[in-house]
Design a protein around this ligand. Structure first.
Ligand SMILES: Cc1cc2nc3c(=O)[nH]c(=O)nc-3n(C[C@H](O)[C@H](O)[C@H](O)COP(=O)(O)OP(=O)(O)OC[C@H]3O[C@@H](n4cnc5c(N)ncnc54)[C@H](O)[C@@H]3O)c2cc1C
Length: 427
């Protein structure tokens, strides 16, 4: 089949748009195919973008991108059915490694428009159904009745990548390796958000929750401040959710109505509700990233890292999209789009934070399957914290005794020591 384009990028999420942008800047003839009516229309994210990866591709992007708020406060909260114990971090040091809250409909549309402005062609409302293979090499994609040819295809089609699966580069992930994410956007006036979350003008808060919000299932909750709305939602292991009697829609409603969250989200008008899968297996769930004529990037390749205290997919998606584009540009110089010719993609991933962090935290997915983190330990933290602050004139116990009693009531010291050790060596 003739190559109509130098490259076809399937999917206009962060991975695909960064790849298309980088290829177009280098002067390659790029087609980007998006199944949604517009980039971002089908995309879900909790909403926190770690800026470093995009800053390398588009320096100073924060000055023009539709970002919501610069995160200036980080809070992690252990929730039981009625209590909350939080660690709240507000420090200028957080600003040295900036992260922003984003709403994907606006953000993805902006990033794809940047790729178009650089020369890429974007077509929307078209689904790429499968890669076209000739002699074992990917030479294009089939979209319904249409076939389009290219020297190389970049699969940036997200967590359920048809292209990577049909090319045989990715096994089907088990439900224990996937999480289901759900997000609501609640509209609130700007000033109300800043007052409730104790923020300076334009500053943003990132809250993560562990415990009751997932009814003891592996996962967690999040609450991010946007300019004039809040993004609130849950990420729950798909296998545990399927086995449980709970429906995600009820879980997120209970979370929103939790007595310790009520005051933060009160009167928020629901303007968006969405759900999406997250490949959370880390290194073990990664697709083979390269084949003859094909590269796989972002969620399509399983490049997501959840450590419990950070959930990162967008910076991995963008860094992998940029690395794939660099590999294609090198391959184009010598006209070799075979697996070997595109192989520098793997070297670039290996040298970047993408593979380094996935390797460093390779034990994290398994550790985070431990239900005690979500069912026992929030109660343990609550017992210690509430006892420490309760003064009524009766004789006080020293902290070591308070802690020993709480540990005894929540699984015992042996179990805690084992889990603590596993946590220290996994996270
Ligand atoms: C609830 C939730 C919270 C999250 N929170 C965060 C967070 O706070 N920070 C963070 O960094 N990450 C977060 N993530 C993960 C992050 O959203 C993803 O890792 C990231 O969006 C991956 O980018 P991508 O470009 O690889 O894939 P996607 O963003 O999924 O983009 C894929 C694109 O391809 C299109 N597409 C799919 N199939 C086809 C096809 N066959 N043909 C044409 N187009 C197709 C889709 O419509 C989509 O536009 C969260 C995810 C969820 C679900």
């Amino acid at each position: 089949m003739d190559a109509d384009f130098d490259a076809i990028v399937v999917g206009a999420g962060p991975a695909g748009s960064v790849a298309a942008y980088s290829l177009a800047v280098a002067g390659l003839n790029v087609l980007m195919i998006e199944r949604g009516t517009a980039p971002g229309s089908k995309n879900v994210t909790g909403g926190r973008l770690y800026a470093h990866a995009l800053e390398r591709v588009i320096p100073g992007f924060a000055g023009e991108a539709p970002l919501e708020r610069l995160v200036t406060r980080e809070t992690i909260t252990f929730l039981t059915d009625e209590s909350a114990v939080s660690v709240d971090v507000a420090s200028d040091k957080l600003l040295k490694t900036p992260s922003y809250t984003v709403l994907r409909a606006e953000f993805d549309a902006w990033l794809a428009a940047r790729a178009e402005a650089a020369g890429a062609t974007l077509v929307t409302s078209i689904r790429a159904d499968e890669p076209i293979l000739e002699g074992g090499k990917v030479v294009g994609v089939r979209c319904g009745e249409d076939s389009m040819g290219a020297s190389v295809v970049i699969a940036a089609d997200g967590a359920n990548s048809l292209i990577a699966q049909k090319a045989g580069l990715r096994r089907e992930l088990d439900p224990s390796e996937m999480a289901t994410g759900v997000k609501c956007v609640l509209e609130l006036p700007r000033g109300v958000i800043e007052e409730r979350f104790n923020l300076d003008e334009g500053g943003g808060a990132a809250h993560l929750y562990v415990g009751e919000c997932t009814k003891g299932m592996p996962g967690g909750g999040f609450l991010y401040t946007n300019k004039e709305s809040l993004s609130i939602g849950l990420v729950v292991q798909a296998a545990a959710l399927a086995r449980s009697p709970h429906r995600l829609v009820d879980l997120v409603e209970d979370f929103r109505l939790h007595p310790r969250l009520g005051a933060l989200v009160k009167d928020g008008r629901l303007v968006e509700y969405s759900a999406h899968l997250i490949p959370e297996a880390g290194l073990a769930g990664m697709a083979s990233p390269v084949a003859d004529g094909l590269l796989v990037v972002g969620d399509a390749a399983g490049l997501v890292l959840n450590t419990g205290y950070t959930l990162r997919g967008m910076d991995f998606a963008m860094a992998s999209g940029a690395a794939a584009a660099e590999a294609v540009i090198e391959a184009a110089k010598v006209g070799n789009f075979s697996k070997a010719g595109l192989g520098s993609y793997v070297d670039k991933l290996n040298r970047s934070f993408v593979m380094r962090d996935l390797r460093t935290f390779k034990k994290a997915p398994r550790f985070l399957h431990n239900k005690r983190i979500y069912s026992d330990y929030p109660g343990l933290v609550e017992d210690v914290a509430t006892h420490v602050f309760a003064v009524d004139g009766s004789p006080r116990l020293p902290l070591r005794k308070v802690a020993a009693r709480a540990v005894g009531a929540h699984g015992g010291l042996r179990q805690l020591a084992k889990d603590g050790w596993r946590g220290m060596t996994s996270l």
